[in-house]
Design a protein around this ligand. Structure first.
Ligand SMILES: [Zn+2]
Length: 208
């Protein structure tokens, strides 16, 4: 079941308090509309009943996809509230994220049954190529796979402009193979698989 917790929030514009429903957990298998609310981030949206100001209120939320067997924690302060019993979830992929973009990107990756470790490494290699070409980016986000099987990423430039780039599937597939062969990722507990993880792992792969 998806769950909400009622709280009050103080409007940053007019200073009035208003009620807010915080989504503490989302079960997308039982609540299909939740997928859209994560994609457009409206699960974090709050509109002030006094002045009409809309803002994003970030709070911890556990996303659960029973069909595709994964859970993603969104923990904006980095604190993951574990403690649930996961012994029955051995096949599950469990991940933590700390920014809204990472959160929805992780869901997008895992529901396609892609290896997010290989994808973070693919993104890192893309960033290194861009840096060699003197192209500055503040974020690289996996977007989709196009009709030709190419991997589509969104580059966010420092001025906020977004650009789509495509990489051949072979880049990802090679890394997915290396990750499976050489890198051990614990199967239990929530793991953070992000660019920082990719940087450390690329060093390990280089030494092999
Ligand atoms: Zn207000």
């Amino acid at each position: 079941m998806s769950e909400t917790r009622q709280d009050t929030f103080t409007c940053p514009q007019c200073g009035e308090d208003g009620p807010i429903d915080l989504w503490t957990s989302i079960n997308v298998s039982q609540d299909p509309d939740a997928r859209r609310r994560v994609e457009d981030l409206s699960i974090f949206e709050w509109t002030c009943p006094n002045c009409g100001k809309t803002c994003l209120v970030l709070h911890p939320c556990l996303y659960h996809d029973m069909t595709n067997e994964f859970m993603v924690w969104f923990a904006p302060d980095g604190e993951v509230q574990e403690g649930a019993e996961f012994s029955q979830l051995e096949r599950y992929t469990l991940r933590t994220t700390s920014t809204p973009n990472e959160f929805r990107e992780k869901v997008n990756i895992l529901e396609r049954h892609l290896d997010d470790r290989a994808l973070e490494l693919t993104k890192l290699i893309l960033i290194m190529q861009l840096s060699r070409d003197n192209v500055d980016v503040v974020d690289v986000i996996f977007h989709s796979i196009d009709q030709n099987g190419q991997f589509v990423f969104v580059l966010v430039h420092p001025d906020g402009v977004e650009q789509y780039v495509r990489l051949p599937a072979a880049t990802y597939q090679k890394l997915a193979h290396d990750v499976r062969e050489y890198l051990f990722t614990p199967a239990h507990g929530f793991q953070t698989i992000d660019l920082k993880w990719a940087k450390e792992s690329l060093e390990l792969l280089k030494d092999m």
